[in-house]
Design a protein around this ligand. Structure first.
Ligand code: ZN
Length: 147
């Protein structure tokens, strides 16, 4: 049995979120939530914002390319976060719906650039973490420009 609070992947009706259960299966993944009504959100929600039913499906965004909607560069960042830190809102098209995700970028980007999510081993410095490092994740996803 899985202790993953997001529930089993057996509810994935998309055919796209073919998760492998080898322990930590979220590394490098960008998972949106999908409701049976068709509404897709990122991040996922326990309950669908559109219809109020449990949002049990998932859509894997990691294998998709998105488009930079807008971006900014933070020059004053919290302890342990890279400086400067460029962040982008990226729009993914999922079955005709636009799904937005906020994240850091690997390189400079411009509005309209095509990007893809890539796994990053360390998004921030564990040494600067005020909470117990063992309870935190430091890896994650950044958006990398693609040609
Ligand atoms: Zn719904």
């Amino acid at each position: 049995m899985s202790n993953d609070p997001r529930g089993p992947d057996s509810n994935d009706t998309t055919g796209e979120g073919d998760a492998e259960s080898d322990g930590d299966d979220t590394a490098g993944r960008l998972l949106a939530g999908r409701c049976d009504c068709g509404h897709v959100t990122y991040p996922s929600h326990p309950v669908c914002p559109a219809c109020g039913e449990p949002q049990e499906g998932q859509v894997e965004l990691s294998e998709r390319k998105g488009t930079v909607l807008t971006w900014t560069t933070a020059t004053t960042t919290p302890p342990g976060v890279r400086e400067p830190n460029t962040l982008a809102i990226v729009v993914f098209e999922v079955d005709g719906q636009q799904v937005r995700a906020l994240g850091g970028t690997t390189d400079a980007v411009e509005i309209g650039d095509r990007v893809r999510p890539v796994h990053v081993e360390q998004l921030r410095d564990p040494e600067a973490c005020v909470r117990a490092a063992e309870s935190q994740r430091f890896d994650g996803v950044r958006f990398e420009p693609v040609e």
